[in-house]
Design a protein around this ligand. Structure first.
Ligand code: F3S
Length: 71
């Protein structure tokens, strides 16, 4: 049986300017640091039920800072 594919989110710290859309859309996947910049929670692994939110967050970051890693 094929194993389910998991995706991960990652915030590129060099691109993030703290627009906060990622966290507003997907608070389960992103947290803000003390400067208001975003970071993936934990190792960024996205539970299947939040995959849509991960893609939405990526699509809505004006700095293209949200990356999605597909294994
Ligand atoms: Fe940063 Fe983009 Fe989120 S700029 S705070 S990763 S919406």
């Amino acid at each position: 049986m094929p194993t389910a594919k998991r995706i991960k989110v990652r915030v590129n710290p060099e691109k993030c300017q703290g627009h906060n859309r990622c966290k507003a859309l997907s608070p389960e996947l992103f947290e803000l640091d003390e400067y208001g910049n975003s970071k993936e929670i934990g190792d960024g692994t996205v539970p299947p039920e939040f995959e849509d939110k991960a893609w939405l967050a990526r699509a809505n970051c004006p700095e293209f800072a949200v990356e999605i890693i597909e294994d």
